[in-house]
Ligand binder design. Structure first.
Ligand SMILES: N[C@@H](CCC(=O)N[C@@H](CS)C(=O)NCC(=O)O)C(=O)O
Length: 254
């Protein structure tokens, strides 16, 4: 699959934003968060919208202990999206008890790479590892430069409200859920925030623009649209971020 042009990406973003603002099924308060999500992704230079140059592919899936709202976790997810990597996500919201103990008192993000047998802590080390093993050359500066990461990450956090911050009681699924997504999409962010709050583990399939995995995704789902959630525990398969959030709430919130 060829990479899209800048004009194409800009027109897609405008189309997605207009769709979100005019959707009569979505409450106004949620629309504000979606717009905040667009602005936040703009602040992060829309990182994770389009794939970068890809290196060798891992044979085993990586594992990420992630906190959706954390300014240090975000560049890691951006790198995963840019490098077209899938990952097993273990969400660690504030107050979480399901996956936080594995952090052993240290913070997120943590990445386990079974391919290289590395267990990495800290955003910059993880992003460098991902680019060194699964990319070509060095990571882009806005993923690793600490002041940029912290300032834009914290500003992005303000723009996207409290969603995904604090744990809420939930029932643990037997099997991890599956989400097709790309990092900069504010609709995908809303779903990831809900998964994070409810501490629901999921396989994150990154399908940013230009992803070679898009063809197989469309063959499976019927259209190129994200977010798309599959729940192997119930057989549910859903598009539309708001519908997905309501499904998660009804199925797993305790
Ligand atoms: N109303 C939908 C909007 C979803 C949407 O517009 N998704 C965009 C990404 S932000 C998309 O899938 N674009 C197709 C593409 O990236 O090629 C929702 O809430 O899920």
């Amino acid at each position: 699959m060829t990479k899209p042009t800048l004009a194409r990406v800009t027109s897609d973003i405008a189309h997605a934003l207009a769709g979100g603002l005019t959707d009569s099924a979505t409450p106004a308060s949620r629309k504000v968060l979606v717009v905040g999500g667009f602005l936040a992704s703009g602040l992060r230079l829309a990182a994770g919208t389009v794939i970068g140059e890809l290196g060798p592919r891992p044979t085993q899936r990586l594992v990420l202990w992630d906190f959706e709202r954390c300014p240090h976790s975000r560049p890691v997810r951006e790198a995963l999206s840019i490098l077209d990597l899938d990952v097993d996500v273990r969400p660690c919201p504030k107050g979480g008890t399901r996956f936080r103990p594995a952090l052993e008192g240290r913070g997120v993000p943590r990445l386990e790479d079974p391919n290289t047998k590395d267990d990495l802590r800290g955003s910059t080390a993880i992003v460098r590892h991902l680019h060194a093993h699964y990319g070509v050359g060095r990571p882009p500066w806005f993923l690793t430069l600490t002041p940029v990461r912290v300032f834009t990450g914290l500003a992005a956090r303000v723009l996207t409200g409290q969603r995904g911050a604090i744990v809420r009681p939930s029932r643990a699924p037997e099997k991890p859920l599956e989400l097709w997504s790309f990092e900069s999409s504010p609709y995908c962010r809303m779903v990831r925030a809900a998964l994070c709050e409810l501490e629901l583990p999921y396989v994150l399939h990154n399908v940013a623009k230009g992803s070679p995995k898009r063809e197989a995704f469309v063959a499976r789902s019927g259209q190129m649209r994200v977010p798309y959630l599959v729940d192997p525990n119930t057989g549910a398969a859903l598009f539309e971020s708001y519908a997905i959030e309501r499904y998660l709430e009804a199925t797993y919130a305790a």
